[in-house]
Design a protein around this ligand. Structure first.
Ligand SMILES: Cc1cc2nc3c(=O)[nH]c(=O)nc-3n(C[C@H](O)[C@H](O)[C@H](O)COP(=O)(O)OP(=O)(O)OC[C@H]3O[C@@H](n4cnc5c(N)ncnc54)[C@H](O)[C@@H]3O)c2cc1C
Length: 407
């Protein structure tokens, strides 16, 4: 019967997982995607390598989801990271684990992730339709079907909303799902960029753009002197400010329109005393050199002129004339490099948006709306988001699986 059909709106990771899972249960499923290809955003994830999940245990998974993590307990119980890894193995995509528990395809190609999902869809005869949904129709609180831009109507008593959010709109995530859900009475929590690079007016940043720092510790302070965030890992300098995994994760906790101070510890493994001893060793080794030529073992080359200027020691000063007080200034700068932060990059540049369909109106055990019967949601359209590390894709796959199992 045509009305027994399940329609999935959106062919990203959440929609593909939902469609295939419903079809495996014997449901007749149509997946409607407005792009010509499925998974356009998936293709650009993890710099084209797709960090598809993280091997963290359940509590750690939840801890890495600062917004509404607890809402996802059910979804992760039903289909967690081990299940996802086994799923991809089953569909011909072996995976590997990298630093920080991040899971990638062995091939390092996100296109292979999309291809595995396409095999899954084809095997269970999901009908993939190119089209743009313009509305979800509801009669007396029950879904009755979806309308497409070309005027077509697809009848369905169950619709899974997997339209993604509103970041990187060229990939197809243009916020349509928020409009559909709002039109059906759902509350949309305000959108703001999350997992987004930060802007800085600090002048020396431009001198080191492109430089990546590994194994650094950061702290972010509000103007009022409150510590907002701390982390350890990799970051980079860009033409507008700072980016990289730990900066993106920090951005989740920052508000637009406010000023912050980022403090970078370039040598977090050393105490100030140990760093001072290290400096003394380096200066002894380069006893015949001048200050700015004696720092090559300690700092990345691009950063040396910046640190030298901030320390205020003449660059041409022979190292054997550097005083203890000057060395201590050096220690303070290396362990506390300060960058002003005066904004977040725009939502369109965010890896994920914060905000979306409020989880208070979604049943966490099924992903069905509490307001409209037959309306399910999956993935980024709802108000959940995580740090970097593969957690956001695990959310998409787990909620997609749960919606596809429950519809
Ligand atoms: C640059 C970048 C890198 C990232 N890297 C990672 C990473 O390595 N690991 C990680 O975990 N997360 C990563 N993310 C986040 C991750 O990509 C998202 O969390 C994930 O794609 C969300 O999946 P989704 O299925 O909910 O939405 P999407 O992937 O956005 O898919 C939604 C789909 O719905 C379609 N659609 C929208 N409206 C309609 C409509 N009206 N009709 C029909 N179709 C419609 C869209 O065209 C789109 O294909 C990254 C994000 C970005 C931007």
């Amino acid at each position: 019967m045509a009305t027994e059909k399940v329609v999935v709106i959106g062919g990203g990771p959440a929609g593909m997982m939902a469609a295939g899972t419903a079809a495996r249960r014997g449901r007749s499923v149509t997946l409607v995607e407005k792009n010509r290809r499925l998974g356009r955003k998936l293709l650009i994830t993890g710099k084209g390598r797709c960090n598809l999940t993280n091997i963290a245990d359940l509590d750690e998974l939840i801890a890495n989801i600062p917004v509404n993590g607890k809402f996802l307990y059910h979804a992760f119980h039903r289909f967690g990271n081990r299940d996802l890894i086994a799923f991809f193995e089953e569909w011909g995509l072996p995976t590997k684990v990298e630093r920080g528990g991040r899971v990638f395809p062995v091939s390092d190609r996100s296109a292979d992730v999309v291809a595995a999902l396409e095999r899954f869809l084809a095997h269970y005869h999901v009908e993939v339709m190119q089209g743009e949904v313009t509305a979800i129709l509801v009669t007396e609180g029950q879904v009755t079907g979806v309308k497409l831009k070309n005027g077509e109507f697809i009848p369905a008593r169950q619709v899974i909303l997997a339209t993604g959010g509103r970041s990187y709109p060229l990939t197809g995530s243009t916020g349509d799902g928020y409009r559909f859900a709002a039109a059906l009475g759902h509350r949309i929590t305000p959108l703001k960029p999350a997992l987004v690079p930060l802007e800085s007016p600090t002048a020396w940043i431009r001198e080191v753009q492109g430089l990546t720092l590994k194994n650094v510790a950061i702290k972010i302070w509000s103007k009022e002197g409150k510590q907002i965030y701390s982390d350890f890992g990799e970051m980079l300098f860009t033409h507008f400010g700072v980016s990289g995994p730990i900066i993106l994760s920090a951005s989740v906790h920052l508000e637009e329109g406010r000023l912050y101070r980022l403090v970078i510890d370039l040598k977090p493994a050393l105490t100030p005393e140990q760093l001072d001893l290290r400096l003394q060793r380096d200066f002894a080794k380069y006893i015949r050199k001048v200050f700015h030529n004696a720092l090559g073992d300690l700092l990345p080359r691009a950063l040396i002129p910046v640190v030298v200027k901030l320390v205020g020691i003449p660059p041409e000063k022979p190292v054997n004339q550097i005083t203890k007080a000057e060395r201590q200034r050096m220690v303070a700068v290396v362990k506390g490099l300060e960058v002003e932060i005066n904004g977040l990059r725009p939502l369109a540049e965010a890896n994920v948006p914060a905000g979306g369909v409020t989880v208070k109106e979604i049943n966490p055990a099924t992903m069905e709306s509490k307001l409209v019967k037959g309306l399910f949601s999956a993935g980024e359209v709802s108000d959940v988001n995580a740090y970097t590390g593969g957690y956001n894709l695990q959310i998409a796959f787990s909620t997609g699986y749960l919606a596809g199992s429950s519809c």
